[in-house]
Design a protein around this ligand. Structure first.
Ligand SMILES: [Zn+2]
Length: 218
């Protein structure tokens, strides 16, 4: 639905595909920067006849779906070494947008093996590291520099680009990136359809543990 076969032998065909691709704001409308995007609003996706309307709209707010969606977005980022990432933007989260980003050192030097809390201080040689959150003596140094993913939400992609100065190889790589992005949007749509076809939403009551204050005789 989003993915298109492009003849990558021709410069003009590829530039036309890039120039005509749907775009959307990377942040908000006043920021004015846009990037390659796709509209994945439900009315844009063909609803299978055997899925009723309620389920079609309600599935959006189900945790299982949101987890599936973030897995798909994360896989895309990992595939592109986080230099390119896909994110959700727009009112009612109806757009998938291509973002620039990368990975950098997080600055964390140690972490707690008990609760996972990260710490900017190194545990000095021969000393026991105490966790600042759970007080366990299980804070250890990271063996490798701890990295974190960052995104540039305000940066546009090819907004004013006419590709004149680009080599054929460079244009081809850009087309392949955008095609992979389109393929991701197809995967998102088909996963959603799949979930709606094979699952129904049922309600379950859960008990949430809560801390209360009680009186005790002294
Ligand atoms: Zn801890």
């Amino acid at each position: 639905m989003y993915y298109k076969e492009i003849d990558k032998r021709y410069r003009e065909t590829m530039i036309k595909y890039l120039r005509k691709h749907f775009r959307y704001n990377t942040m908000n409308s006043w920021n004015k920067s846009t990037s390659y995007a796709n509209n994945i609003k439900l009315y844009n996706i063909d609803k299978p006849a055997d899925v009723d309307d309620d389920r079609w709209w309600d599935m959006l707010s189900i945790t299982d779906w949101q987890e599936k969606l973030s897995d798909l977005l994360e896989d895309f980022g990992r595939r592109h070494d986080w230099l390119w990432q896909a994110g959700i933007n727009g009112r009612s989260s109806g757009y998938v947008v291509l973002y620039k980003g990368g990975i950098k050192s997080s600055g964390y030097k140690s972490y707690c093996t008990h609760c996972g809390q990260k710490n900017y201080q190194q545990v000095p040689e021969g000393q026991v590291g105490i966790c600042g959150r759970c007080d366990a003596k299980t804070r250890v140094n990271f063996k490798q520099t701890h990295m974190q993913v960052f995104t540039w939400p305000g940066k546009d992609t090819d907004m004013y680009e006419d590709f004149e100065a680009w080599t054929l190889t460079e244009i081809r790589q850009r087309v392949e990136l955008v095609q992979d992005f389109d393929r991701l949007c197809d995967d998102i749509a088909s996963e959603y359809v799949n979930l709606c076809k094979h699952y129904r939403i049922s309600e379950e009551e859960i008990l949430v543990p809560k801390t209360i204050k009680v009186l005790e005789p002294v």
